[in-house]
Design a protein around this ligand. Structure first.
Ligand code: ADP
Ligand code: ASP
Ligand code: MG
Length: 410
């Protein structure tokens, strides 16, 4: 008998029929004699709807109350799934994150899991019940409800799998695995049978929302093998696992795009020590996380500084920076919301040269201007004009031959 943690995403539990379908699938697995912990997301787009609701009553909702509100989405779907299982004659019990002892820090909206007390889950499993857990949430030591960041039900599942030393962590979603690129944008994207933690982490951080980046970080830290697969089809999905030597033979494993960022530039900044600290200090004081930063070469003692950030934070950043610009005698602040970041990812890049140059020449061939560039050991990212995203992603997918079956890593 094995212990399996399964997670079903929002689209998999979007309506009563889908919940009934998930219940049947869970009941079948339980009938094979496995112990099961099932983590669910909120139904469909519930989290977005709750966020919009909050914004209608308060333009910047207080984080503590916002978390209390958002956590209800998962509370509803977990209760409904447990009801559907019981209707099939399968004993099941639903719990909130707090009820199963998922303790977090106090950073509302982005809380980190500190510890999990799993006695209650163990007890329920030992009495033969399927344990259904509301994803995306935890509780502080002061008993305030927190949420784990968007896509956080993935983290709930991985963290429970680690805490319970589960044999398997399965992430059920609306695609049947991790693809070389978002299959909704690139028609000939190919499903990967395996991907390393590092590559998956980089892809998730750079915009592939199929897994939450933090959940991959957690899976890597505790070596939890994660199987990403379809809620609707029985086919095997993608195993996220430890790197092996064969994976390094493939230079580019996948590519991602991210359309959620904006670019801000501070023009004609006096080029002297302490200025960057002042600029980014003001941004940090607003709790805004900056991504790429580019500083131009200095001319006549002045330079331009540009950076990218989440688009939702752009207005606050510009307001804060207009003040800084006046203080330091810069010319002004500009922004651009119509940007996208496209990235190529692969552990093989550690050992191969010329990959970035190849990416740039593919974009040049399509006459796409590169506005910013950043690299890591296993990724290269370019900021481009948003309207060219699909063109860029498809051209790169073809140029790096990602649609072709690979033999090296599979
Ligand atoms: P869930 O609601 O199940 O958590 P998400 O919407 O968070 O599902 O994640 C699944 C989506 O991720 C897919 O529908 C797909 O559009 C997107 N996606 C982006 N990049 C990839 C990729 N490389 N492979 C698979 N899916 C991807
Ligand atoms: N419901 C939350 C969200 O939409 C968490 C999740 O689905 O994983 O972000
Ligand atoms: Mg998700």
């Amino acid at each position: 008998m094995s212990l399996i943690v399964q997670k079903y995403g929002g689209s998999s539990v979007a309506d009563p029929d889908k919940i009934a379908h998930v219940a049947r699938r869970v009941a079948e697995t339980a009938a094979q004699g496995h112990q099961l912990v099932v983590v669910v997301s909120a139904m469909g787009k519930t989290t977005d709807a709750l966020l919009a609701l909050a914004q209608q009553v308060a333009p910047t909702p207080p984080p503590r109350e916002l978390d209390l509100l958002l956590a209800t989405g998962e509370q509803a779907s977990s209760a409904l799934l447990a009801m559907a299982l019981q209707a099939l004659g399968r004993p099941a019990r639903a719990f909130t994150g707090a009820q199963v002892g998922i303790y977090t820090d106090t950073v509302h909206g982005q809380a980190r899991i500190r510890r999990i007390e799993n006695e209650r889950i163990r007890h329920s499993l030992d009495s033969g019940e399927v344990v259904v857990v509301a994803g995306f949430q935890g509780v502080t030591p002061e008993e305030d409800i927190t949420t784990l960041g968007r896509g956080g039900s993935d983290l709930t599942a991985v963290a429970l799998a680690a805490a319970l030393k589960a044999d398997l962590c399965e992430i059920y979603t609306d695609v049947d695995g991790v693809y070389t690129a978002d299959p909704n944008i690139v028609p000939d994207a190919r499903k990967l049978s395996r991907i390393s933690y590092d590559e998956m982490l980089e892809m998730a951080s750079l915009g592939a929302k199929v897994l939450q980046a933090r959940s991959v970080e957690f899976a890597k830290k505790y070596t939890v093998p994660v199987h990403v697969r379809s809620s609707f089809k029985p086919t095997p999905g993608t195993l996220v696992t430890k790197e092996d030597s064969r994976m390094e033979e493939v230079v580019v494993t996948g590519l991602t795009h991210d359309r959620s960022q904006a670019k801000v530039s501070i023009l004609r900044v006096p080029d002297r020590p302490g200025i960057a600290a002042q600029i980014f200090g003001a941004v940090a004081a607003e709790n805004i996380v900056v991504d790429m930063i580019v500083q131009n070469i200095s001319r006549d003692g002045y330079t331009d500084i540009s950076f990218t950030l989440p688009r939702g934070d752009r207005a606050r950043a510009v307001t804060a920076l207009e003040q800084v610009a006046r203080q330091i005698g810069a010319q002004g602040v500009q922004f651009d919301d119509r940007i996208a970041k496209v990235s190529i990812v692969g552990v093989g890049m550690r050992r191969h040269s010329g990959v970035a140059a190849r990416m740039f020449s593919v974009l040049a061939r399509e006459r796409i201007n590169i506005q910013m560039i950043s690299t890591s050991e296993i990724a290269v990212s370019c900021v481009i004009e948003d309207k060219y995203t699909e063109l860029a992603v498809r051209a790169l997918h073809e140029a790096f031959e990602l649609g072709k079956e690979r033999t090296a890593a599979e």
